[in-house]
Design a protein around this ligand. Structure first.
Ligand code: TPP
Ligand code: MG
Length: 562
């Protein structure tokens, strides 16, 4: 069809195409596409990272994708397919371009009770943008191109390809093929659709007329790489910025116009500011329950405008006075070009109010951020990370209390720092950190997780050591999943019984020792003053490191203000 076909095996074609797309690592549990792995070794430099579970392989691919903007590849044979599907759910929720390959049914044998086989395809449906089968070897090139095109285009997201044969043995067959790569779809975003001029003007007019406008920036800002334009527009017009958890790295927390993460896992100054606004400008956020504290912040009915690359996102949860369809970076650059900086004058009182909200928050939490308590208060870990995480670091955070502590209390100091968080799955952050470090070996990667979150995929310490993928993992070790404490208090009608703790606590554990046994650097921290030196030592070690911090099981993260 394209004129450069040649006879080759599916495995040769797949290996060449993955290398052509710039894939450096794939994450998997064998046995799937075995011949392709052999061809990768012969023909490419792709690292074939063999993991301890399909879910963590998917999380590594997800971390790889979010850190680099390049699709992350994960794989499973037929019996592991649903474990892999489970791992795609966070990528789906976070709009991360992960491509999953599985082995699957052969028409020659299906419905005959083939060993290990069920029909896996439907289970991928709710967690993918494109869920398809490769039934004929000659379809490998066009289906792989479609996988990359779909994963990276529009609002990015996961894709699943099931290759024929329980181990994807279709890769052994030969056909006339061309391993053509469309480099444009090798990373997010492949296109930057420009907005309609009238829509830009309408949104800008509203922003410039407003006296207390606020921007709520989401993950679409990071996918578009639009942080610079966002902050420049905010500065020109003097508009404060709150972010979703997924958009936390849209603006450094130390910036005077940054008011923090808004919503449920949030900073109270952000919720107060958003609820005081006379106009909310949503940029690249799906205005979901977590970001809006279930549509209470701001309340529905607050005047709103929205910028998004997905037309179906515009106005989904908040009636809009103006909507702009387009790539965030392109839209914000167009707005900046036409912005009337003189209009900033009328927002001087609002900016002062924001400064007061900022100062009040730091005043209220200073003693916790600097706490000398032993066992250590988790807020102190956040305070130390704000000060000591390197300028070019990627910070990766688990969910639950980890998401609350870090979302609310940690500040990025510079525009060159990145922040990624679990979209809801406990246990995501540690493997995601391995994937992120694989994608960006030159950048420091610092993971923050609770102990319950770390237990999930602790076997992957061995994987990180085997591949010398030197992420640094900080375990907020309080001996249980203490986010559950409040919920069980409520369930027991106020105060839970002593026995109820069996529902959410564990045996004490020294994760530093476990990490050392698996070949990583392990550092145990029991005094707040030891956190910064431990981080410095772990980052300098250039090998996988686990910092186990003994923290207070009674410390509960502040809940959202509405
Ligand atoms: C896959 C999954 N299962 C269950 C939960 C519910 N959950 C949220 S936080 C949490 C406990 C977290 O414990 P830990 O990681 O130790 O953090 P801590 O709250 O103790 O700081 C649980 C069970 C979840 N978010 N994801
Ligand atoms: Mg815990």
């Amino acid at each position: 069809m394209l004129g450069h076909n040649r006879k080759m095996t599916g495995a040769e074609c797949l290996a060449d195409m993955l290398a052509g797309y710039g894939v450096t690592h794939v994450f998997m549990v064998p046995a799937v596409l075995r011949r392709t792995f052999a061809e990768m070794e012969r023909r490419t430099k792709i690292a074939r990272v063999h993991c301890h579970g399909e879910k963590s392989a998917a999380y590594m691919a997800d971390g790889y994708a979010r850190a680099s903007g390049k699709p992350g590849i994960c794989m499973a044979q037929v019996i592991g397919a649903l474990n892999l599907a489970a791992g795609l759910r966070d990528a789906w929720l976070a709009h991360s371009p992960v491509i999953a390959f599985t082995g699957g049914r052969d028409p020659k044998t299906k419905f005959r009770k083939v060993y290990q086989e069920i029909d896996d395809v439907p289970a991928f449906e709710p967690v993918t943008k494109f869920n398809a089968t490769v039934d004929d070897v000659a379809r490998i090139p066009d289906m792989l191109r479609q996988a990359f095109r779909t994963a990276t285009s529009g609002t990015p997201g996961p894709v699943h390809l099931q290759f024929r044969g329980n181990e994807g043995q279709v890769d052994l067959e030969e056909a006339e093929m061309e391993p053509l790569v469309e480099a444009q779809f090798a990373r997010v975003p492949p296109f930057r659709p420009a907005p309609e001029a009238a829509h830009v003007k309408a949104a800008l007019d509203l922003l410039q007329r407003a006296e207390r406008p606020i921007i709520v920036a989401g993950g679409g800002v990071r996918a578009s790489g639009a942080a610079r334009e966002l902050v420049a527009l905010a500065e020109a017009l003097q508009i404060p910025i709150a972010t979703s958890l997924n958009g936390k790295d849209s603006i450094p927390g130390t910036h005077a116009l940054s008011i923090g993460v808004v919503g449920s896992y949030s900073r109270e100054s952000a919720n107060r500011a958003v609820n005081r606004a006379d106009l909310v400008c949503f940029v690249g956020t799906e205005t979901g329950g977590m970001t809006t504290h279930f549509w209470a912040v701001p309340p529905i009915g607050t005047p709103a405008i929205q910028i998004d690359i997905d037309p179906e996102a515009l106005g989904r949860n908040y009636p809009l006075q103006a909507s702009v369809l387009g790539d965030a970076k392109t839209v914000l650059a167009a707005m900046l070009k036409q912005a009337d900086a003189a209009s900033a004058q009328k927002r001087a009182a609002w900016v002062k109010e924001i400064a007061t909200l900022r100062a009040d928050w730091y005043g209220k939490y200073k003693s916790l951020l600097e706490s000398e308590a032993a066992p250590i208060h988790p807020a102190r870990i956040c305070g130390e990370l704000t000060k000591h995480v390197p300028d070019d670091a990627i910070v990766i955070v688990d969910t639950g209390h980890a998401g609350m502590w870090m979302g609310g209390m940690y500040d990025l100091r510079s525009a060159s720092q990145s922040y990624m968080r679990s979209a809801g799955h406990l246990g995501w952050a540690f493997p995601a950190g391995i994937g992120a470090k694989a994608a960006c070996p030159e950048r420091p990667v610092v993971v923050f997780t609770g102990d319950a979150g770390f237990w999930y995929h602790i076997g992957e310490v061995e994987t990180a050591v085997r591949w010398n993928i030197a992420s640094v993992t900080i375990v907020n070790n309080n001996g249980g999943g203490n986010q559950s404490k409040r919920g069980f208090d409520r369930a027991y009608g106020g105060t839970q019984t002593e026995q109820a703790r069996e529902l959410w606590t564990y045996n004490p554990m020294n994760f530093a020792k476990l990490a050392e046994d698996m070949g990583a650097l392990g550092i145990r921290v029991e005094r707040a003053g030891e956190i910064a030196p431990a981080l410095a030592r772990a980052l300098a070690a250039k090998r996988p490191a686990v910092i186990d911090i003994a923290t207070d099981i009674e410390a509960l993260a502040p809940t959202a203000v509405a």
